[in-house]
Design a protein around this ligand. Structure first.
Ligand code: GLC
Length: 741
């Protein structure tokens, strides 16, 4: 059944969570301090610092046996991503840093303790629900604290410029508004625990291939209207203590030594008060301090500790470095004081209620699963099904998760762990790992009378034989993704397409459950009865999947990324450098003569659905797409281009949630699609709800002449069932307006 939304729904920014759903919990306050007193306190502390103390907070180590000469691990360090010593004389705590956006990372089991794995970023973003992102952030922030960390390297907010990017699973979406609003709420939740969150990787880190030297070419305007806008919105909402700069180059400069990104955009234009920490092994030299970098992270991964004695020497010789050194310390201290790290010190061994925390992961997964295909209403499955064949995807053991620094594992570690080979010291970080949440068990629990048989799917004939005998066949198809390398294309690996086609030929009642970190192609789509995209569904993913399959949960996920009909639709047929370069997950900074130009001005700020709108292309499944087991309708759109109102109805027989989307569709007659607002609305059968929201004016404007410029003219807005199915446009005449951010 398809949802039908007749006219426009309108949504604004995160204020929606406060206005639209009466009774919804108000969004938590960002964090302890309001920032003003932290500025003063930071200045006071710096004024007391000795020269030697001024280079303590400016660089840190990776307290793990990693790198050519791993440094000794201090007694107060916690095995994890990073450690920056404190200054006991001045009451400044050490910074104990852990990854990342999906929970406290497992660092390949070195600490032997587990944590609660949220579903992947894609799954979280598919909820289009800022409140659940905040709840997830609050939960992983609490586990961060309980394990003795006071910095969570979270807030992955890079736009998905290419669906083959290896870290797509970690990030949120292809759209700056959706990304910024959701990451901002996640950061609010994290920092509500008096720990610092980052937002990362600043900026334009759009691929893993050649990630340490991919040199992004993009105009200031295109960057500000897309990737930078996502960061700006995320910083406005989340107020993160730190921005992590990226590995890649922008206009020839390493992002962590980019005067344009760090000084001009982040600090001067945006007035960011926190500190810029580098990514690990991303610092080219001490001159990065003048470009706006405040802290060198994981210094053993760089050619040298630039921000220690070398920085002190530079500061003695050059007043520019001396001024920067004070500013660097003030920024780190602002973040410490503003989040309350000194007044709320962390300690290891804090109590963690894993049962309660996993409920947050479960609810996020339930809301993030996307029903893509259900032409004959084969879903939800009847609990009375007599026989069910479950095939492939380790569905008898666990659910897949993404590889790299964001990898989280529960107590006892992964159920399945297939390390990537290659012998690099980083290989243990890169493992195809499955969480201990078993779809087969969850299916059996919801269909207790059914005969449920599992086959691993390695032998097609065996899988087909089982499918033939069953009332319904459920094929679990997986595609592993990881930091450190990109995907070659959109296909499912390991012969899964052939497996699905063969099973569907044997049993027309075949359902495909995808556990993927990226959009995938589906050559078998019209042969199957249903497709569910479960992404990497986290610590309780098996139950979430079964809950949707049997209708205990009415799916409400909407795609935060376009599923292209083929790679021919993409701005670049092959990812830049993919054919010629090896994966380079870790390792030292690249040699200065390593070259890889990536031209993002091809698509500019028209990323994803915007690109399809510009090219008149139809996706396999468009941005914002998702089906439900009920139907919805919306009517009565009214807008003046600033505020919008309308009503949403559940016209079906079951409770459910839809995500209404409002788009700018044309500007003075020219096609220009921009998501300008969204709101997830839960409704009982027959229930109607009025919605009124505000459109962020930056989404109607271009970045021109050093500010936002909204041209005078006629703007048309429409509701989206998704980015391609748009309701009747409503036209508004708007005047010229120019303003700073
Ligand atoms: C990595 C990642 C970054 C992570 C850091 C520490 O290589 O790019 O996201 O936070 O190193 O592990």
């Amino acid at each position: 059944m398809r949802n039908s939304i007749k006219s426009s729904l309108s949504l604004g920014l995160w204020t929606a969570a406060l206005i639209l759903a009466p009774g919804a919990p108000a969004v938590a306050k960002a964090q302890a301090g309001d920032g003003r007193d932290a500025v003063k306190r930071a200045a006071q502390t710096v004024a007391q610092m000795t020269d030697a103390e001024k280079i303590v907070l400016t660089h840190g180590i990776m307290p793990l046996p990693i790198g050519a000469n791993p440094p000794p691990v201090p007694a107060d360090a916690v095995p994890g991503a990073g450690y920056v010593p404190g200054i006991a004389r001045l009451g400044v705590p050490a910074l104990t840093e852990t990854d990342a956006s999906l929970g406290v990372s497992y660092v390949f089991g070195l600490r032997k303790d587990g944590a609660t794995a949220l579903p992947s970023g894609l799954a979280m973003a598919s909820t289009w629900n800022p409140e659940i992102l905040r709840r997830g952030g609050a939960m992983i922030g609490a586990e961060t604290r309980a394990k003795g960390f006071n910095v969570l390297l979270a807030g992955g907010a890079n736009l998905m410029r290419d669906p083959r990017n290896g870290r797509t699973f970690e990030y949120l979406s292809e759209d700056p508004l959706l990304t910024g609003v959701l990451v901002g709420h996640a950061i609010q939740g994290i920092q509500s625990n008096h720990v610092i969150s980052t937002i990362k990787h600043f900026a334009l880190n759009g691929q893993e291939t050649g990630r340490k030297f991919a040199d992004v070419q993009i105009s200031d305007a295109h960057a500000r209207e897309s990737d930078l806008l996502a960061f700006k919105i995320g910083i406005e909402i989340g107020n993160p203590g730190s921005v992590m700069c990226a590995y890649n180059r922008v206009h020839g400069a390493q992002a962590c030594a980019s005067d344009y990104l760090l000084n001009t955009v982040l600090k001067q234009d945006w007035g960011f008060k926190g500190f810029v920490m580098s990514d690990w092994g991303a610092v080219p030299g001490v001159e990065a301090a003048l470009a706006g970098l405040d802290q060198q992270s994981g210094a053993q991964l760089d050619p040298a500790v630039f921000f220690g004695d070398r920085l002190a020497t530079a500061a003695k010789a050059d007043p520019r470095y001396a001024a920067r050194l004070d500013d660097m310390n003030k920024r780190v201290l602002w973040a410490i004081y503003n989040a309350g790290l000194d007044t709320h010190p962390v300690s290891r061994g804090g109590a963690i209620d894993f049962a309660a925390n996993s409920e947050v992961a479960l609810e996020t997964a339930r809301q993030g699963i996307v029903l893509l295909h259900n032409p004959r209403g084969a879903l939800p499955l009847a609990r009375t099904a007599a026989s069910i064949a479950v095939i492939g995807g380790y569905a008898d053991t666990g659910v897949l998760s993404g590889g790299g620094s964001s990898q989280v594992q529960g107590e006892g570690g992964p159920a399945v762990n297939i390390p990537l080979g290659g012998g690099s010291e980083w290989s243990p970080f890169l493992a195809e790992a499955y969480h201990r949440s078993v779809p087969l068990k969850a299916i059996q629990a919801l269909a207790p009378k059914a005969q449920v048989r599992y086959r691993d799917g390695r032998t097609i004939a065996d899988a087909v034989a089982q499918a033939k005998k069953a009332d319904v066949a459920i094929v679990f198809a997986t595609k592993w993704a990881s930091e450190g390398f990109d995907q070659a294309d959109l296909s499912l690996p390991n012969g899964q397409d052939a497996l699905i086609a063969a099973v569907a030929a044997a049993n027309p009642n075949t359902i495909v459950v995808l556990e993927t970190g990226n959009p995938v192609a589906m050559p078998w789509l019209d042969k199957v009865a249903g497709v569910v995209e479960a992404w990497y569904p986290g610590a309780r993913g098996g139950e979430a999947i079964a809950s949707v399959l049997f209708g205990e949960t009415n799916p409400s996920g909407r795609l935060p990324i376009t599923f292209p009909a083929s790679v021919d639709q993409l701005p670049r047929l092959v990812l830049d450098g993919y054919a010629d370069l090896e994966p380079n997950f870790g390792g030292a900074a690249p040699s200065p003569d390593a070259k890889l130009v990536v031209n993002y001005d091809i698509e500019g700020s028209d990323v994803g659905y915007r690109w399809n709108a510009r090219k008149g292309q139809k996706a396999l499944f468009p941005f914002g797409y998702g089906l439900s087991y009920t139907t919805f309708q919306a009517e009565g759109l009214k807008t003046d281009g600033t505020t919008v109102s309308l009503t949403v109805n559940n016209t079906g027989q079951r409770p459910g949630a839809t995500v209404a989307q409002v788009y700018l569709v044309t500007r003075s007659g020219e096609a220009r699609q921009r998501l300008v607002g969204f709101q997830r609305v839960e409704l009982a059968p027959g229930e109607a709800r009025k919605v009124s929201l505000t459109i962020d004016p930056r989404l109607l404007a271009d970045w021109k002449d050093g500010g936002w410029t909204r041209a005078a003219g006629e703007y048309s807005f429409a509701i989206g069932e998704n980015a391609e199915v748009l309701g009747a446009p409503v036209k508004v005449k708007l005047a010229y307006r120019h303003w700073k951010d």
